[in-house]
Unconditional design. Structure first.
Length: 148
């Protein structure tokens, strides 16, 4: 039986996949739970049209993400932190501080999309971070921790 998945189903497929499953599995499990719908002729036409529209939107989002990546690659941020006389930071620099510094530069990035390569930043210096802009598009930024 041919069905169209409405959601990701583990070990079966991803959303909007057109797949064949056994009729009992489709009728008794997938369709009643709202995970899939029957792939009739009209459903297939609607599915194809939705995929075309999504592909167009996806292309636009990827293009915008590439432009942001171009601007962001090689960007050097300065993050101020309170330090002792030896250069140790009281506390540590985290993703929130990096996100705030990026927002001051004009980039609206969620703190969850930032990964710092160092486990904990507790000293003054220069560090690297990866910023996930969109799906597989990432930018590398350099941030310098300075004493306030």
């Amino acid at each position: 039986m041919e069905i169209i998945l409405k959601q990701d189903v583990e070990k079966l497929g991803h959303k909007d996949d057109l797949i064949d499953v056994k009729p009992g599995y489709a009728r008794n499990c997938l369709i009643p739970r709202g995970l899939a719908m029957l792939a009739t002729k009209s459903a297939k036409k609607m599915h194809e049209e939705n995929l075309k529209q999504k592909a167009h939107k996806e292309e636009k989002l990827i293009k915008e993400a590439e432009e942001i990546k171009e601007k962001m690659d090689g960007l050097t941020l300065k993050i101020g932190a309170k330090t002792s006389s030896t250069g140790k930071i009281f506390g540590s620099v985290n993703n929130i501080m990096i996100s705030e510094a990026l927002s001051k530069e004009g980039f609206d990035i969620n703190k969850k999309d930032i990964t710092v390569k160092e486990p904990a930043i507790k000293e003054i210096g220069t560090y690297n971070a990866n910023v996930k802009i969109y799906k597989k598009i990432e930018a590398n930024i350099i941030f310098e921790v300075i004493s306030e």
